[in-house]
Design a protein around this ligand. Structure first.
Ligand SMILES: C[S@@+](CC[C@H](N)C(=O)[O-])C[C@H]1O[C@@H](n2cnc3c(N)ncnc32)[C@H](O)[C@@H]1O
Length: 252
């Protein structure tokens, strides 16, 4: 997959994109991330990329010409079928399903806003999707772009070492993932649950599924509304709900 990122601060991407799994994905040719400095596309003498807003008020607004010129000249004809994502707290909120869906494209582009954001005409002319990473406001779109690139890259075949890892992750199955343990089997009196040490693969799978349901019930019960559960799993959930109600009944 090729990803073009349009930013005023390309150096911010050093580190997150140049270490570990994302670094390896680029070395292996699975990911081709190109950083483009929007300032390089400002044509005036001082390479101005932001101006005060029309109508007054505080802050600066990123100018339309350098961004549109950058996106159009880098993407060229690919603009017609490449999602161009504007990072914005006003967009639809990013999640695992969106990461998986975006990973199906051969090419993506991200525009990183700064200051008060981008001139509205950027949205009209080149943006196809507006995405937020959560209901809070950051100083720029670089961190959101990196968050999304990381989450998307995990769904590109071959990027993760273990083929099944992304499919078992929290949110991928509609449940939170089960708890993990590794060596030693006992630490400060805390034992690794016996089923995990049993060597019985079916028993391990059963335990993991049960713990995923328990954990989801305790932490994110809202997710269970959409999860597909077998009849015995529904029974387990009813038992958990019953236990919870008894504990929270306060002797009424
Ligand atoms: C300070 S914010 C601008 C917020 C804008 N004035 C508003 O109220 O919608 C600057 C830039 O950071 C990025 N940004 C901030 N919070 C974000 C979020 N939650 N998700 C995605 N991008 C975000 C966007 O690119 C935005 O243009």
């Amino acid at each position: 997959m090729r990803i073009d990122v349009f930013t005023l601060f390309p150096a911010m991407f050093d580190g997150p994109l140049t270490e570990s799994i994302l670094k390896r994905a680029q070395e292996n040719g699975l990911l081709n991330i190109r950083l483009h400095n929007i300032r390089d596309y400002a044509t005036d003498k001082h390479q101005v990329t932001d101006e005060p807003p029309y109508g007054g008020g505080g802050g600066m607004v990123m100018k339309v010409e350098p961004i549109v010129s950058a996106v159009e000249s880098v993407l060229g004809e690919a603009l017609a079928d490449t999602p161009v994502i504007l990072t914005t707290p006003q967009g639809r909120v990013f999640n695992q399903a969106m990461a998986k869906e975006l990973a199906q494209y051969p090419r993506l582009a991200f525009i990183c806003g700064r200051y008060e954001g981008v001139d509205e005409r950027v949205r009209i002319l080149v943006v196809t999707d507006e995405i937020s990473i959560g209901d809070y406001v950051l100083t720029g779109g670089e961190l959101p772009a990196m968050v999304m690139i990381d989450a998307i890259a995990r769904h590109i075949p071959g990027v993760l070492g273990a083929r099944w890892a992304a499919e078992e992750d929290s949110h991928a199955t509609g449940l939170l993932e089960y708890p993990h343990y590794t060596r030693p089997p006992s630490f400060r009196g805390l034992e690794v649950p016996a089923p995990l040490l049993s060597g019985d693969h079916a028993g391990i799978e059963r335990w993991r599924r049960q713990e995923a349901i328990r954990r989801t019930w305790l932490r994110r019960p809202d997710l269970l509304l959409k999860a597909t559960l077998t009849e015995p799993e529904k029974y387990l959930l009813a038992t958990l709900a019953d236990e919870w109600l008894r504990r929270n009944d306060n002797g009424r």
